[in-house]
Ligand binder design. Structure first.
Ligand code: PCA
Length: 323
């Protein structure tokens, strides 16, 4: 953090909060610079600069370049970075409630996903507060499906397949299908596929496109299992240290960016499939047999999550279903 125009403020004879002391904030993000989440991070930074009249100057560091994906949350919790972005359910091993957006076949349209977030938001925010974090905005990825290097019609075809997981729930999913999970960041996915560390994974068309996975894989099954969210979070102490005008200005930027990011995700979802196809991949619906197996595993994952997330998890599901 740096005091930029202190002299100017003193000359003016006034410290106008938010106008006279500028802070530089580094914002680590986990996904590639050209991904819509990262592009929206830049939009957010521009809005914050604008709405705080230059008071907060955010520099976006995409692709895990400042902190690797798996390190971002801790960096913000401990104040090494004031703000950053990460995949929310990656933190469900530490705080199971944060797996709320990872429940198979529960909320599979953008509209339903918004409804689920509305049901989860207060509980998630209070969980994040316990972790010394404040969420500013969240943004969904397109629906999750399976990538393979061969046609897959059922779990008969998935036995022993090496699977890249992105959180503990996806590792469980893979094990239920007889696969062998290994957790790999999106930023290292191309390398994992190239070296044979992984030969399949679950994700959106977006990450398959970003990582050019057609160089290694041939099939995508549009299972649309869930729409997981990234979130932009700020260190709670940093947030509480801002005056209310500053917080209001940043929250306005966050609300606008969250809505724009969600719309962008919806707009791009099919475009990504077209790009996978244009690059030679078969993009198909899962066979009824495979889908039935996935749904059975999904039901088990939901009951496992409820067991670990406790009454708060049940309250989220109840609120979602009653609305
Ligand atoms: N892409 C990210 C998370 C979900 C998604 O669609 C990834 O695969 O890491």
């Amino acid at each position: 953090m740096e005091i930029k125009n202190l002299a100017a403020a003193v000359v003016c004879g006034a410290f106008i909060a938010g106008a006279s002391i500028a802070e530089d904030w580094d914002m680590p993000m986990a996904y590639s610079a050209t991904n819509f989440h990262s592009e929206m991070g830049v939009v957010f930074a521009d809005k914050v600069r604008d709405y705080t009249s230059g008071g907060i100057n955010i520099t976006v560091h995409p692709g895990g370049s400042l902190f690797k994906g798996g390190e971002i949350k801790r960096a913000i919790q401990t104040g090494q970075a004031p703000i950053g972005e990460r995949f929310m359910s990656a933190h469900a091993n530490e705080a199971p409630l944060l797996g709320w957006d990872n429940l198979p076949f529960l909320a599979t349209t953008y509209e339903a996903n918004n409804k689920l977030w509305a049901a989860a938001k207060d509980k998630v925010n209070s969980q994040l507060s316990d972790l010394n974090l404040v969420a500013l905005y969240t943004c969904p990825w397109p629906g999750q499906g399976f990538y393979f290097n061969k046609a897959v019609n059922s779990s008969k075809d998935t036995q022993g397949v090496k699977f890249r997981s992105y959180n503990s729930a996806t590792a469980t999913f893979a094990e239920e299908l007889g696969m062998v999970p290994v957790q790999v960041e999106a930023a290292e996915l191309s390398q994992a596929l190239a070296t044979g560390v992984a030969e399949s994974f679950i994700s959106s068309g977006s990450t398959g496109y970003d990582r050019k996975v057609w160089e290694h894989l041939s099939h995508y099954y549009k299972v649309n299992a869930w729409l997981p969210r990234n979130y932009v979070m700020v260190n709670k102490g940093v947030w509480e240290g801002l005056n209310s005008d500053m917080r209001g200005a940043i929250q306005k930027a966050a609300d606008e960016t969250g809505a724009a990011c969600s719309a962008k995700s919806a707009e791009l979802a099919n475009w990504y499939f077209e790009q996978l196809e244009a690059n030679g991949m078969a993009v198909e619906d899962a066979s009824p047999e495979f889908l039935a197996e996935l749904q059975a595993i999904g039901a088990k994952m939901t009951s496992d999550w409820l067991a670990s997330a406790g009454a708060d998890g049940q309250a989220i599901l109840d609120a979602y279903k009653s609305n």
